[in-house]
Write a protein that binds this ligand. Structure first.
Ligand SMILES: Cc1cc2nc3c(=O)[nH]c(=O)nc-3n(C[C@H](O)[C@H](O)[C@H](O)COP(=O)(O)OP(=O)(O)OC[C@H]3O[C@@H](n4cnc5c(N)ncnc54)[C@H](O)[C@@H]3O)c2cc1C
Length: 400
């Protein structure tokens, strides 16, 4: 049995950056995952401009660009009667990217390894080790191997929605909402996007398309979770039927070719308290929300930074663990709560109330307001600020 400063369970968007940042600070870090990389996962992969800025700050953006993944400079929301098209980024980070998870997650894992973290792929964690109330390590096994235990000052669960670490420590759950939508996606050739992320909203169907690696375009279609069971017997039919509601898009996709099978998911919405004695949670393990606004990767990156900084403060003796991690917890929640509510509203497929429909009408054609809306969706601007009374009054007055 070895003794580490930190063991991180899960090596994708949350776990690998957390390991990389701690290893860069000199901590003895073990990163484990039951997968072997490159490894795909059930997730699409739009990275909003703030997530792109984080990759740049870590020195990893050039590696994403080297994979040939094209930039996305405009988000276009086709609402039926009109389209709201705006720039999602900032002057410093103007564009989004959509690298395949096969590409992104491997690149993040390699960066953690280069930083000095010990990486064990193909290693499944079964449970945490405890000393009284305190988590002091993990118990797990390599594929087909014997049970191994490893000890650490802190165990970080970056092991996703069904986190084994979270199950073991049973943290408080709050702000829970049920599954709201079910979505299926695939990859298409011959569907050029020319730097656009396109989203379509048509009653009980919503879909989005954006470019990714290898000249492919990802197209994801969603419907209310209430239709999940009824529609699962004919996924392709329901997926393709959605496009009839936007004939210009339908014509484009009719000329394209589907290159991969359909993959689908529906996820619950919740927050978990992300720390306790000897343990922490980052990424989906600590907070999950519907993917309709594509926040998960960008959120996981931010968690990794906040959590790694807090652990550094605690492990180096600058602040007690509870104080440092308490700030990680409150900063995370403050930041994501307005977007969480906005996302759940979007994913519920309920028609926007009349005043919101009126606001969308006023935003349409007003370029600064359209950019503002695109920046809400991308997470640059808080929905609380954009939909504040004062801002709404300004937009409506301009339209008037
Ligand atoms: C259909 C769908 C579409 C999405 N689209 C987007 C999008 O476009 N943009 C976006 O930003 N987000 C999107 N998301 C959300 C995004 O996928 C997640 O927020 C993100 O993957 C979270 O990263 P993570 O590292 O926390 O967890 P995960 O990516 O789930 O990684 C967890 C890792 O932990 C490992 N693990 C789990 N249990 C164990 C164990 N017991 N032992 C060892 N290893 C273990 C797993 O093998 C896995 O590699 C989407 C999600 C879904 C479901």
């Amino acid at each position: 049995m070895n003794q580490y400063d930190v063991i991180i369970v899960g090596a994708r968007c949350a776990g690998s950056p957390t390991a990389m940042l701690l290893a860069r600070k000199g901590y003895n870090t073990l990163l484990v995952d039951r997968a072997t990389f490159p490894s795909d996962t059930i997730s699409t992969h739009l990275i909003h401009p703030t997530g792109v800025a984080t990759l740049r700050g870590w020195g990893l953006l050039d590696r994403v660009l080297a994979t040939g993944c094209p930039p996305i400079h405009t988000y276009a929301f086709d609402m039926g009667p009109f389209t709201i098209s705006g720039a999602p980024g900032t002057r410093d980070s103007p564009v989004a990217y959509g690298p395949r998870r096969l590409v992104l997650d491997k690149l993040l894992l390699d960066a953690a390894s280069e930083a000095g973290a010990e990486v064990r792929e193909n290693f499944t964690v079964e449970d945490v080790l405890r000393d009284g109330e305190r988590v002091v390590g993990i118990r797990g096994h390599a594929s087909g191997g014997q049970t191994i235990t490893e000890r650490a000052r802190v165990v970080v669960g970056a092991d996703g929605l069904h986190s084994v670490v979270a199950r073991a420590v049973a943290p408080e759950h709050y702000n829970e909402k049920p599954r709201l939508e079910a979505s299926y996606y695939s990859y298409w050739s011959g569907l050029p996007m020319n730097g656009l992320f396109e989203a379509y909203d048509r009653e009980d169907r919503a879909w989005a398309a954006w470019p990714t690696n290898d000249g492919l375009t990802l197209v994801i279609v969603g419907w209310p979770f209430a239709q999940f069971e009824a529609n699962r017997t004919n996924i392709e039919g329901h997926y393709l039927e959605a496009f009839e509601r936007a004939p210009a898009f339908e014509e484009r996709i009719r000329g394209a070719r589907r290159e991969e099978r359909f993959v689908g998911a529906a996820v619950p919405n919740f927050f978990r308290r992300p720390f306790g004695p000897g343990w922490a949670l980052v990424g989906d393990a600590g907070y999950n929300k519907d993917f309709i606004t594509a926040q998960g990767i960008t959120d996981a990156f931010r968690d990794a930074e906040l959590c790694a900084n807090a652990l550094h403060e605690s492990l180096s003796g600058v602040r007690p663990f509870d104080a440092a991690m308490g700030e990680y917890h409150s900063t995370r929640d403050e930041h994501v709560l307005p977007m969480y509510e906005f996302t759940c509203q979007f994913a519920s497929f309920t028609p926007p109330p009349p005043d919101l429909q009126q606001l969308f009408g006023a935003i349409h054609g007003n370029q600064p307001a359209m950019d503002g809306f695109a920046r809400v969706f991308s997470g640059v601007t808080s929905p609380a600020d954009f939909f504040s009374e004062e801002n709404v009054r300004r937009i409506v007055a301009t339209a008037g």
